[in-house]
Design a protein around this ligand. Structure first.
Ligand code: ADP
Ligand code: GLC
Length: 499
């Protein structure tokens, strides 16, 4: 990490900024991936730095209703008006939460879709959300900056610079579009513009048109005052065709306003010294508890506990193309013939679920999988494994490898995006480094890297211990990254004031 702790150490901003954070997910309310962890933690860190922060989310199923603070907002939707409420979600850790309540859209089984199909009205659902946020801003006093996350809130910058551009209340509100994953773009048919009451002239190549369709994320990338993504390396990668998902040209065009800010992690949640989910606590000064966690993990997965020296490789992941598990599929036997345990927790694309199920069947004493979403088990894997595997094809930031570092679980990763920015390669000469990396996206490169790690694990226990401790001592807490966001928000305010 290129962290300079002193640079961002002192909470500044005597008066502070008024910030709206608009996102589709946030722990503890709704989560499908790391975005929710980020939106759960960044606002707290911004409040500590003296800012006034409100988080706005849809009120999904399971989120308790609160008092209605803005009833019956009129939102145009094609030929109709819809009337959502805004509810007060109360304050937590100094952060105010508000929920856009419209049960017909958000009171559903899942966030974005069911049985691998997106909900057919996602355009309407998130257009309603974005517009309601702006109406709320008008009624409650506009923020200095609206910080938008992923395609679900990317209409906010579009609306600010088009339909609301001359609104006396909102015309001085700045926006930042943060991309957590360029692969998810919110692509809809051209008639979606009309369906959500956006101007038809947005259908053009320099606006939201994307190969004959509409890309909401492209809108956010074009209209936001600044664009950020979640690691410095990914900010560079997405300007190349290999990682640009068709939007690299758009991002290159405004490269001077694109920045990478590495995610922090919430050590209140992910800390082996206090974690309530794990079998024993431990720290860099006393690692004894980690072996207890390893035994417990093997038991959880029904694997033998007779030889605790054998390395446990852990995986916690969405099972998606992004995560690189086809590199295991390509040569699974070569992987499994090593003397190791492999435990995997995840859900997602059926062929990856099947891959791990088949491996568990074929190697029942070495491999086990849990096809589920299970937060407590995720913590047990971080604590009980020796190695954490993330062979991602692309990885904007990645949080699990950062959690692994804190738990003394050595990451083996592909050197891409945030994995490259957070895992320092082990150098046998100096003893420096925190993990193992490979670059070429190939099964043979993954295997070679894993074998190098296993060799150090087996034959150099002192070096391995040092590696573990090097990782445990790294600090990826939010304060530094929140400081970088703060600087970015002040840049936005300046830009907006210049007009
Ligand atoms: P992504 O957001 O791309 O899925 P990240 O590494 O940024 O990847 O974040 C993933 C987050 O989701 C982590 O907090 C991880 O622990 C959690 N997670 C992913 N899959 C599962 C699962 N099956 N059960 C529990 N937690 C999971
Ligand atoms: C996305 C990315 C992941 C990142 C997370 C939080 O889901 O896939 O790499 O850590 O968002 O920013």
């Amino acid at each position: 990490m290129t962290s300079n702790p002193t640079k961002h150490a002192a909470p500044k901003a005597p008066s502070g900024l008024k910030l709206f954070i608009v996102a589709p997910e946030c722990v503890p309310f709704a989560k499908t991936g790391g975005l929710a962890d980020v939106v759960g933690a960044l606002p707290k860190a911004l409040v500590k730095r003296g800012h006034q922060v409100s988080v706005l989310l849809p009120r999904y199923r399971g989120i308790e209703p609160g008092p209605v603070v803005l009833p019956s907002v009129s939102i145009p939707m094609g030929r109709k008006l819809l009337f959502p409420d805004v509810m007060d979600g109360r304050e937590r850790d100094g952060v105010s939460f508000y929920f856009v309540d419209y049960p017909a859209f958000y009171d559903r089984k899942s966030l974005y879709g069911e049985n691998s199909n997106d909900y057919p009205d996602n355009a309407e659902r998130y257009a309603l959300f974005s517009r309601t946020v702006l109406e709320f801003a008008k009624r409650t006093g506009p923020p200095d900056v609206i910080h938008c996350h992923d395609w679900q809130s990317s209409l906010v910058p579009v609306l600010l610079k088009t339909l609301y551009a001359t609104d006396p209340q909102l015309r001085r509100v700045g926006s930042v579009m943060t991309v957590h994953n360029l692969a998810y773009q919110g692509i809809f048919p051209p008639d979606s513009l009309e369906r959500v009451s956006l101007p038809a002239d947005l259908f053009s190549i320099d606006r939201l048109e994307f190969y004959g369709l509409i890309s909401w994320l492209k809108g956010g990338l074009i209209y936001a005052d600044y664009v950020s993504t979640v690691s410095k390396k990914y900010a560079k990668e997405i300007q190349t065709p290999e990682y640009g998902h068709g939007l690299d040209g758009v991002i290159r065009q405004r490269a001077d306003t694109v920045t990478g800010i590495l995610n922090g992690v919430d050590y209140d949640e992910w800390n082996p010294e206090t974690d309530p989910h794990i079998a024993a606590h431990y720290s860099a000064d006393n690692l004894e508890g980690k072996l207890v966690c390893k035994k417990d993990l093997l038991e959880q997965f029904g694997l033998p506990t007779t030889d605790l020296r054998k390395p446990v490789i852990g995986i916690v992941s969405r099972f998606a193309t992004q995560k690189g598990f086809d590199l295991i599929a390509e040569d699974a036997d070569a992987f499994m013939k090593n003397d190791l345990f492999l435990v995997a927790l995840g859900t997602g694309e059926p062929h990856f679920e099947e891959l791990f199920r088949q491996l568990a069947k074929k190697y029942p004493t070495k491999m086990a999988v849990r096809v589920a979403y299970d937060n407590a088990l995720a913590h047990k894997i971080e604590a009980g494994s020796d190695i954490f595997l993330m062979p991602s094809r692309w990885e904007p930031c990645g949080l699990n490898q950062i959690y692994s570092l804190r738990y003394g679980t050595v990451p083996v990763v592909r050197a891409t995006g945030g994995l490259d920015d957070t895992v320092e390669p082990y150098d046998p000469k100096t003893g420096h480094g925190t993990g193992f990396r490979f670059t070429r996206y190939a099964a043979s490169a993954l295997l070679e890297c894993l074998l190098t790690a296993l060799k150090v694990y087996r034959s150099e226990p002192a070096a391995w211990r040092r590696l573990m401790i090097n990782g445990m001592k790294k600090d990826f807490s939010w304060n530094h990254s929140a400081g970088e966001y703060e600087e970015l928000f002040y840049r936005v305010v300046k830009k907006v004031q210049r007009g």
